[in-house]
Design a binder for this molecule. Structure first.
Ligand code: FMN
Length: 182
């Protein structure tokens, strides 16, 4: 069983805490954590070569990640809400998955989605919109979402740990749910 966990925020903050906690629900041999800020991943240049060839001409860390994503069974996608959307970091990553998405290579794989934002109550619609934006990608790529976890009211990087520690356990349970679905 192979699961790839993606942290879609450059800072080591709330998204990182959620994804890390989810990884703790799995054994080390099952999960690989990718903090996008540590990787050299260029923005998609939109050349659409992958439409014709099924592969990407860009030479960066995404080359190896694409082959690992292709054989992985499941994914953990974590992002902060950014203007009611997924983060730019995760969007760049999703764009670069186009060679796999359009060859149906991700079809049937499973994922959990972890989202954090500063808004609360009625205003937390922006976090729900962020979830929707991640769902759009997953649905288009044929990835089945088995669980979604949202943490609201978290602005500063440690807010999740200090104000909402119960969410960390929920993240762990969510990854177990992912594992059981595979
Ligand atoms: C440019 C920008 C846009 C943001 N937009 C939203 C938003 O639409 N809704 C929300 O609830 N929080 C929003 N936030 C707050 C972040 O989601 C929040 O600080 C989150 O905890 C950051 O996660 P991180 O610690 O993993 O980076 C935004 C933050 C930034 C920097």
């Amino acid at each position: 069983m192979r699961i790839i966990a993606v942290v879609g925020s450059n800072r080591r903050g709330n998204t990182y805490s959620m994804v890390e906690a989810a990884c703790h629900g799995l054994s080390d041999s099952e999960v690989e954590l990718l903090h996008l800020k540590d990787l050299n991943i260029e923005s998609c240049d939109g050349c659409l070569t992958c439409d014709r060839t099924g592969s990407c001409h860009m030479k960066d860390d995404m080359e190896k990640i694409l082959s690992r994503m292709k054989v992985a069974d499941g994914f953990i996608f974590g992002t902060p809400a950014r203007w009611s959307l997924l983060s730019g970091e995760l969007k760049v990553f999703f764009d670069r998955l186009n060679p796999l998405a359009l060859t149906q290579s991700l079809k049937g794989k499973k994922a959990i989605v972890l989202v954090v934002g500063q808004t609360e109550g009625d205003e937390a619609i922006s976090i729900e919109n962020t979830v929707t934006s991640v769902k759009y990608f997953c649905e288009s790529a044929g990835i089945e979402i088995v669980d979604v976890l949202v943490a609201d009211g978290c602005l500063e990087p440690n807010d999740l740990i200090t104000k909402k520690p119960e969410i960390l356990n929920k993240c762990k349970l969510s990854s177990k749910k992912l594992f059981q679905s595979l």
